[in-house]
Design a protein around this ligand. Structure first.
Ligand SMILES: Nc1ncnc2c1ncn2[C@@H]1O[C@H](COP(=O)(O)OP(=O)(O)OP(=O)(O)O)[C@@H](O)[C@H]1O
Length: 220
């Protein structure tokens, strides 16, 4: 589904990504671990078409990704920033907007609100939500729209342990349905949900293997 080859990204003198190669297959769950500033978000922004590599290529479903690629906008769901949040729309209106924009029926909205413990906040504005509820709304929005690749940047942020458990279930169900899932996390237990864990350091991929292999090595 996704092939990144030799992707680098520099910001002035800083090499935030150093010739990264990465493949994620349909139905695969891949976790990115690594310290603050190691390049995880930079890589995720590039794979979802929100930034371009300074050098290297990104191929999505067999086609080179272009700037502001319509295919990517239609098929890649992203959870990772609050940019998708309008201060004057309620939680339910956000989901309705996503449904209309992506041409999907609105009949799953109620179920998503219930699944993500937002049913009693459906008529609240984002400013009245807790940070965990806001994160739940962004996740529910991504799950309402069509997607072949789901990209999540630290989706566990601000979630309590039960909500984190639901997130782990969502990630498993997504890839069981054939969606490629790529997520950055600082939470090792969430990384265990992945088929493959990749560790980044200083802009480079320094380990890639099963959760057992990679996390045992990281502990050593
Ligand atoms: N727009 C930008 N301009 C300049 N430097 C940037 C920019 N975006 C990222 N960087 C730098 O690139 C490096 C990688 O940042 P990135 O956000 O990818 O790290 P990360 O692994 O996601 O970190 P964290 O775990 O803290 O989220 C950092 O040194 C960061 O300061």
């Amino acid at each position: 589904m996704l092939t990144v080859t030799g992707a680098s990204r520099t910001f002035g003198e800083l090499e935030a990504l150093r010739a990264v190669d990465l493949e994620v297959a349909a139905g695969e769950r891949v976790a990115l671990l690594g310290p603050n500033g190691s390049g995880k978000s930079t890589l995720l922004r590039i794979v979802c078409g929100r930034d371009r590599p300074t050098t290297g290529t990104v191929v999505f479903d067999g086609e080179p990704m272009t700037e502001d690629d319509v295919r990517v906008r239609a098929r890649v769901a992203v959870v990772g920033d609050a940019l998708g949040c309008y201060p004057d729309l309620t939680v339910r209106q956000h989901l309705e907007l996503v449904a209309v924009a992506h041409g999907v029926p609105e009949d799953r909205i109620g179920e998503l609100l219930r699944d993500h413990r937002l049913a009693d906040r459906a008529d609240s504005l984002p400013s009245a939500l807790s940070s965990g509820q806001l994160q739940a709304m962004l996740l529910a929005s991504a799950l309402l729209r069509p997607r072949d690749l789901l990209v999540l940047d630290e989706p566990e942020q601000r979630l309590d342990p039960r909500a984190r458990g639901r997130l782990a279930d969502v990630l498993r169900a997504e890839s069981d349905n054939g969606t490629a899932v790529l997520f950055a996390t600082h939470h090792r237990e969430l990384a265990r949900v992945a088929h493959r864990v990749i560790v980044m350091e200083d802009g480079a991929l320094v380990a890639d293997g099963s959760p057992d292999e990679v996390l045992a090595e990281a502990d050593a």
